[in-house]
Each structure stands twice: as C-alpha cells, then as structure tokens.
Design a protein around this ligand. Structure first.
Ligand code: 5GP
Length: 180
C-alpha cells in the first residue's frame, strides 16, 4: 500500500493498517468470540469514544445471542496518558452474573483498562475479559490479561478507524501512524 499522508492539527500521519487488514483481524476475533461465548449471552461493553467503529464492525460478525452497551471512561489527553482513572459513565445494565467482554480501541499503558477492570470486578460478573483492536505490548505498565487482541503494534501514536488526535481523525477508514 502506497503511504498516504493526512494532516490533523499540527501533525502528519501516514497510512499504517488498511481497512481490509483491520476487518480481517476483526472477523477472526468475531469467530473466536462466537466459539468462546456460545450459549453465554455475553454483555459487550464498548468504551467510547474510540471503540465505536471497532464495536460496530465486530458486532456485525458476532452471530451468537449477545448484548452491547456503551460506556465512557478515559484518561488520555493529547498524546500523554495522564494516569488518572475515571469512573464508569453510562453503565445501566446489571453486570452481576453476566459474561462481560470490554471492547477497547487501544491498550497503551493499560491504566485505563486496569482501572475499568477493577471497577467491573467489584460488580461480580460471571466472567470478565477484554477485547481490544490494538495493543502496544511495549508500553504496558500493568500485568493485564488481554484475551482478545486484533493486532499488536509498536509504540507509535495512531489515528483513524475511531481513534482521534485531539478530536480529529476518527472518521478515517484506515489506521494511520504519526510521521516522526
Ligand atoms: P492507556 O490507559 O492504556 O495508556 O490508554 C488507553 C487510551 O488512550 C485508549 O483508549 C485511547 O483513547 C488512548 N490512546 C492510547 N494510545 C493511543 C494512540 O496511539 N492513539 C490514540 N488516538 N489514542 C491512544
């Protein structure tokens, strides 16, 4: 794929993962979830804003009975993780006794998912797993068990396919990485 450059605010980004590759990874993840959660009626909790596109494409590839709800929880400002964990907003479903799968756009330091899992664990789900579109393994600062990973990437700042840079870039169909 010829790199295509987009400029968002003051930064240039080159194409990195094309839509076809993203969808291929998500299709495999959907097949795995179908197998692992057959007859379990899982509750998917998609973390807004970044996971909206991933959640939509994943749900179209899930064929078992399942539910989805959207929550908010973010600790990220500009390109630096602040490390602060915020509370869960918008969770109206009963989590107790449910098989919960958190849908994240990207796991970087792991602060966000770590804090979220702690809060969800306290609500006594029957099981609790994380499915993330992207994982930066080199950045992880927590001993997190991320069961479903569409793609692992190096420590580059990426945008597109739901991920933003200060509000821009969520609409891009491919994933782009910052030009360093
Ligand atoms: P963590 O708490 O794991 O450090 O960061 C998780 C959150 O930071 C993600 O949900 C996402 O919103 C944001 N984030 C982390 N890395 C990136 C990145 O490379 N690009 C964008 N756009 N957001 C990121």
């Amino acid at each position: 794929m010829e790199p295509r450059t987009v400029t968002l605010h003051d930064c240039d980004f080159d194409t990195y993962i094309c839509e076809e590759e993203i969808i291929a990874h998500i299709t495999m993840m959907g097949e795995q979830l179908d197998k692992d959660y057959a007859d379990k009626n899982p509750l998917f909790l998609a973390v807004l804003n970044g996971s909206f596109m991933f959640a939509a494409d994943l749900m179209k590839r899930i064929s078992i009975a399942s539910e989805i709800s959207f929550i908010r929880l973010s600790s990220y400002k500009d390109m630096q993780s602040t490390g602060t964990v915020k509370e869960i907003l918008g969770l109206s479903e009963e989590v107790k006794g449910r098989h919960v799968v958190v849908l994240e756009d990207i796991v970087d330091t792991g602060h966000t998912v770590h804090g979220l899992l702690q809060q969800l664990e306290a609500k006594e789900p029957a099981s609790l797993e994380v499915a993330t579109l992207l994982l930066k393994p080199d950045c992880l600062q927590h001993d997190l068990k991320i069961r479903y990973v569409a793609k692992s990437i190096p420590n580059d700042f990426v945008v597109g396919y739901g991920l933003d840079y200060n509000g821009l870039g969520r609409n891009l169909r491919d994933i782009y990485k910052i030009v360093s």
